[in-house]
Design a binder for this molecule. Structure first.
Ligand code: TXA
Ligand code: MG
Length: 348
């Protein structure tokens, strides 16, 4: 909150997009809307700018950033060997879900050969690439690259202090930056699904659950005639995605995750204000048992619930509750990403 007064927030109209693109080109850090969460962007080829992103978030330098590009063809410019070297399974899902909440981890062009700076990928030989669906994000990336002869890439983690709740509205961005572009509330609300190919290139490993459900990845591989399947790395186990820390996405309050309908039965410390993060509508007795209640989706729709998740955690935190009792979502579709985030918010 300390930075709010000093921060410039501009509605993302054409003039603001032009200003943001120019600021990025100058090496400044800009918060930009994407369909998943707000990102804290810097020119991925500018080491000082990328360093400023890590500093602003208080993020450890071993945790690599996602590089955002304006279109699919641009992504391959950052991949060693170009599009021909992209494994079939990754090609298939990128073709299907870009622009959208999918990040593909691929071998990268070295910094010395015009790729992204080493710091952006934490020195890994791979780079996470994504084409965001939010038109403002793509326009800003394009504007940054206008009048240059390189393919523009914007390195952007979620625009929250390290370990905290990701921002899904411009007013949730509190980390220092030159400019916040306000593109409205994020439609997806959870971060992108991060994938890499299996060794034979015919299957996928999910390094982070996110906005593209596992079932949708599986269906796409099947349609493409690829039989490698989709496996989900467990938190902590995914060494290939150092950002998959067990405790993350955490509000100030302690989070306790329970099965839906069991919130009332949870024994809680006396004298601590309690908040309920309900997956769907709850009855009056349950509502009355808590000091503050946030409902993710009255009708229990996973997409609506995901879109509301982080704002709901913030509102309960803002209500000053010491404990948030959070109901698990059904373990399907975006419900899996919701449960993943709740699990990490609850980890100590
Ligand atoms: O939806 C999103 O992905 C948002 C928006 C802004 O695009 N970005 C985001 O970035 O969530 P961040 O930095 O909060 O999370 C990036 C995740 C981390 O888990 C990181 O470890 C993983 O992606 N990642 C990035 N590059 C990687 C790489 N080369 N290898 C493995 N994992 C990588
Ligand atoms: Mg993040």
């Amino acid at each position: 909150m300390v930075y709010r007064a000093a921060m410039r927030v501009l509605k993302a109209d054409d003039a603001a997009i032009a200003e943001a693109g120019a600021a990025l080109r100058r090496g400044e850090v800009v918060a930009i809307p994407t369909e998943t969460v707000y990102g804290l962007g810097a020119d991925a080829r500018n080491a000082a700018a990328v360093a400023a992103v890590f500093a602003s978030k208080g993020r450890p330098s071993f945790d690599p950033l996602i590089v955002h590009v304006a279109r699919e063809a641009d992504a391959w410019a950052f991949v060693a060997g170009g599009v021909a070297a992209v494994p079939a399974a990754v090609r298939a899902v990128c073709a299907r879900f870009w622009p959208g909440p999918l990040t593909a981890v691929l071998p990268r062009v070295p910094e010395s050969a015009g790729g992204v700076v080493d710091l952006a990928t934490s020195g890994l030989p791979t780079v996470g690439l994504r084409v965001p669906a939010h038109p403002v994000a793509r326009a800003v990336i394009e504007t940054m690259g206008a009048a240059t002869n390189t393919v523009p890439g914007v390195a952007a983690p979620s625009a929250n202090p390290f370990g905290g709740v990701s921002p899904t509205r411009a007013e949730h961005v509190t980390v220092p930056c030159a400019l916040v572009l306000d593109g409205g509330p994020c439609a997806t609300g959870v971060e992108s699904t991060v994938v890499r190919a299996t060794g034979d290139g015919r299957g996928l490993v999910v390094l982070r659950l996110g906005g593209v459900p596992v079932e949708a990845l599986e269906a796409t591989l099947r349609e493409a005639g690829l039989d490698g399947g989709v496996t989900v790395a467990k938190p902590g186990e995914a060494v290939a995605s150092p950002g998959m820390l067990e405790r993350h996405y955490a509000p100030g309050a302690r989070v306790v995750v329970v099965e839906r309908g069991e919130a009332m039965e949870i024994a809680l410390e006396r004298g601590v204000m309690r908040g309920l993060l309900a997956y769907a509508d709850v009855d009056d007795a349950t509502r009355a048992a808590f000091d503050a209640v946030a409902v993710l989706s009255r009708v229990g729709d996973e997409r609506e619930a995901a879109a509301n998740l982080f704002a709901a955690l913030r509102s309960l935190d803002g209500a000053g509750v010491g404990v948030i009792v959070a109901e698990r979502a059904p373990e399907r579709g975006l419900g899996r990403a919701i449960n993943d985030r709740l699990g990490r918010a609850a980890a100590r």
